[in-house]
Design a protein around this ligand. Structure first.
Ligand code: ADP
Length: 555
């Protein structure tokens, strides 16, 4: 800035000086020329008078400073002080001669071939019609001018030097207080008066910027707080596919947590070809939806283009982990298929038996057996429907909201009492070990869990076997263990026994629906309990359910 001020001051000074010089030179030039004209006129009139009196002798006897030419009325040169008159051409066409012939005197400025320079002429008509002309070169004007201008140029140079130093001083003096302003805290009190409006403007702009920065930071923090707590992944891309911003969930879903705070391309997040196509589509201004299936995860991706006018300037990607949803959908599909199949089996048996009876193919003595068949299958059908209803309600979380303090020891007593007949039929003995333990839960669900475990412990027990039910507190939990001395479950089947409709081959023909342990699993999860299984083929099984203890304040 100081350089610009310095240059401007220098330019103004020099420009003014040059302009001034030009005006002075112009004035001097016209003045000098006028003076020359007047001198020539005085000379011409003086010499003309001399010639009138003495003729040629006057001209020849006088020393002439300027050039003197005498021309007769026909334009023939009679005398010239600087050239041979005999050799000179006729002068009747010279403008000053014509003017003098007509008006008595005349002047002109033009180039003289005789003198080889621009010349000022003044001519006077004599009484005999001849013309006397005096002339002088214009260079004399310039000579005078040069003489006058020389000191001016010296002054000009001095002024230029002075202007140079002065401009530097002024520029520095102007810029110094501006440079001295503390931009981080402009103080009006110590500053020059002229700078006050500037400082006030600076202060108000600083306030405005600070306010805007605070707003931006708050918005940024809000945005980060929201996006960081989102379960969905969020990635914002620029037009070239570079990641502008991404949240924690997105990096976790793509398994690229270490790429945080790095400039990366979206394809570094995932090499998936579908993702690449999706990004390309957004770059062409189209939205895109896709699901990708990895080894043990399934992602859903929604990509929308961000457009500025008609040009795509980036994209926003939302990524959701739909592994569990897909798993649930698959289970539901399987469940529906299984339900249809499981319902069809007893119904087909009932229908078949009823048809045989209807057609009269059954001997009267066999009718009770066939009727028992229908009864058994109907019972199985009802059990199946009931189990399906229970598991569906557990699935949908529609078990009711009436949670209460439940004495688990009492539930165990009720269940074993209800199962006494079944146990006796198989000669299985119940051994109950424990004491009153309270949990917080939904009584029908607690009952289902205990009932199904005890029912299975009898059903898959050996003749004369035992079912031992342990109930005791462990730290902050209540531990329910149902142990039997039955057939046990093979290791590979242990993982699957909690699946819906899963039954071991050997038990396919049993009265079970394959939903009992599934109800136990869902019921335990519903109550916040953890389920465990230990089993050994031919030795027996132990199912453990760890319930959370009932909170003190509810007791
Ligand atoms: P089901 O109605 O067939 O009993 P469950 O879901 O209760 O269905 O059990 C699934 C399968 O797990 C059963 O078919 C059975 O083979 C096995 N199972 C369950 N409990 C026991 C147990 N206590 N001992 C051995 N096998 C069992």
């Amino acid at each position: 800035m100081s350089k610009r001020i310095f240059r401007a001051i220098c330019a103004i000074c020099c420009g003014t000086m040059v302009l001034w010089l030009m005006v002075v030179v112009g004035f001097l030039h016209s003045h000098t020329q006028e003076t020359l004209n007047e001198q020539l006129e005085v000379q011409a009139r003086y010499i003309a008078h001399g010639v009138e009196e003495m003729g040629m002798d006057f001209l020849e006897d006088t020393d002439h400073v300027s050039r003197v030419t005498w021309v007769d009325a026909d334009g023939i040169v009679l005398f010239d002080s600087q050239s041979d008159a005999q050799t000179m051409e006729n002068h009747s066409e010279r403008p000053e001669i014509i003017e003098a012939t007509e008006a008595g005197s005349g002047d002109s400025i033009r180039y003289s071939y005789t003198l080889d320079e621009t010349t000022v002429y003044y001519a006077v008509a004599l009484n005999d019609g001849s013309i006397l002309r005096v002339s002088d070169g214009l260079y004399t004007v310039w000579e005078v001018l040069l003489e006058a201008v020389r000191p001016m140029i010296v002054v000009l140079c001095l002024v230029a030097v002075l202007a140079f130093f002065l401009a530097r001083r002024i520029a520095n003096a102007l810029v110094r207080p501006i440079n001295a302003i503390d931009l981080s805290n402009p103080s009006i009190e110590d500053a020059d008066e002229e700078l006050t409006p500037l400082l006030q403007k600076l202060r108000s702009q600083r306030r405005q910027i600070r306010h805007q920065m605070q707003q931006l930071t708050r918005r940024q923090e809000e945005f980060e707080a929201i996006t960081e707590n989102m379960r969905e992944g969020l990635v914002v891309l620029d037009g070239m596919g570079m990641v502008l911003s991404s949240n924690r969930a997105a990096l976790e879903l793509f398994g690229t947590e270490n790429s945080r705070n790095r400039d990366i391309h979206v394809l570094e997040l995932s090499r998936n070809s579908a993702l690449r196509q999706c990004v390309e589509q957004t770059q062409q201004g189209h939205s895109c939806y896709l699901t990708t299936e990895g080894q043990d995860s399934c992602l859903e991706l929604i990509a929308s283009p961000v457009q500025e006018g008609k040009v795509g300037s980036g994209a926003v990607l939302i990524i959701r982990d739909i592994t569990e949803k897909e798993h649930r959908d698959r289970l539901r599909r399987e469940f529906t298929a299984n339900v249809s199949h499981e319902l069809k089996t007893p119904l087909t048996a009932i229908l078949g038996t009823a048809e045989i009876i209807k057609e009269g193919f059954v001997k009267p003595e066999d009718v009770p057996r066939f009727a028992t068949n229908i009864h058994t299958e109907s019972e199985r059908l009802i059990r199946l429907v009931n189990d399906i209803i229970k598991i569906s309600r557990l699935d949908e979380g529609e078990m009711g909201a009436h949670w209460e303090v439940v004495d688990l020891w009492q539930v165990v007593g009720d269940v074993t009492a209800r199962l006494q007949t079944a146990a006796q039929q198989k000669n299985v003995t119940f051994i109950l070990d424990g004491s009153s333990q309270k949990i917080h839960g939904l009584p029908p669900v607690v009952d289902e869990v205990v009932y199904n475990l005890c029912d299975n412990a009898i059903a898959y027990n050996n003749e004369g076997g035992k079912v031992i039910v342990h109930l005791h507190a462990v730290a902050e939990e209540i531990c329910l263990q149902v142990t039997d001395t039955g057939v046990g479950i093979a290791l590979d089947a242990q993982k699957r026994v909690f699946e819906r409709f899963f039954r071991l081959d050997s038990s396919r023909s049993s009265r079970g629906t394959g939903l009992g342990l599934s109800i136990v699993k869902h019921g335990a999860a519903y109550l916040g309990a953890e389920l465990g299984l230990e089993s050994q083929e031919g030795v027996g099984s132990t199912f453990t359910v760890m319930f959370p203890k009932c909170p003190e304040e509810l007791l």
